[in-house]
Design a protein around this ligand. Structure first.
Ligand SMILES: [Zn+2]
Length: 50
């Protein structure tokens, strides 16, 4: 059960939703804490705040 929960968390952690076009995209683990560019519309997506 914990392994499953951890897997869900790691997926959600890498998924980011563009504020402009609302599309979800997966961010590489190395870019997790960086601002990434939306691959659909080119908008900058800042890292999520916890
Ligand atoms: Zn976008």
């Amino acid at each position: 059960m914990w392994g499953f929960y951890a897997a869900i968390c790691s997926v959600l952690d890498k998924a980011r939703i563009c504020q402009k076009c609302r599309k979800k995209q997966v961010v590489a683990a190395k870019d997790r804490n960086k601002t990434v560019t939306c691959k659909y519309c080119g908008e900058d997506i800042p890292p999520p705040r916890k």
